[in-house]
Design a protein around this ligand. Structure first.
Ligand code: SF4
Length: 169
């Protein structure tokens, strides 16, 4: 940072990576995928008491094409997993995933053939939230961990894949 004779800040230098990461981590647009009781707990984190807007992540989108943070809250059945995978694939890069609660992360108490025993068998989960359900404070903690991951990211990690085909709507 440059200072003038009067002591006022006049210019600032930074790396493009730092600037992009700062913008990204403070403007996450979550895509909620709530299938059960964890989804109700997820709603509460947006209300005034916990106020996710303090972290710039209150702009919940219901279109994967406008989202960069997939929040999976609840158990995922075998029939639902292809839908969830498709939604993830429709999200533009860079993107991150929070697996919220025991059911999304491990199947929870639903140790049965019809429930996926952890979405990380199919999707690259970044942060797991333990609990049944996790408290809103745990969701905020998970979001802060995502922000830490973004802080260490670099634009050089992303390349345009010209051979890939657009995903059909
Ligand atoms: S982890 Fe608990 S609260 Fe969350 S979806 Fe499963 S049973 Fe419901």
């Amino acid at each position: 940072m440059g200072m003038s004779d009067s002591g006022k800040a006049e210019w600032l230098t930074t790396r493009v990576d730092n600037l992009a990461n700062w913008a990204r981590k403070n403007s996450l647009w979550p895509m909620p995928f709530g299938t059960a009781c964890c989804g109700i707990e997820l709603m509460s984190v947006l209300a005034s008491r916990h106020d996710l807007a303090r972290f710039g992540a209150e702009a919940i989108r219901f279109s994967p094409r406008q989202s960069d943070l997939l929040l999976v809250a609840g158990r995922i059945s075998i029939k639902m997993m292809p839908v969830l995978t498709r939604i993830y694939e429709q999200m533009p890069e860079p993107k991150w995933i929070i697996s919220m609660g025991a059911c999304a992360s491990t199947g929870g108490v639903f140790n049965t053939y019809s429930v996926i025993q952890g979405i990380d068998q199919f999707l690259p989960v970044d942060v797991y939230l333990p609990g049944c359900p996790p408290r809103p404070e745990a969701i905020i903690d998970g979001l802060i961990k995502i922000q830490q991951i973004i802080s260490e990211d670099s634009l050089s990690h992303y390349k345009v894949d010209e051979s890939s085909e657009a995903v059909a709507p």
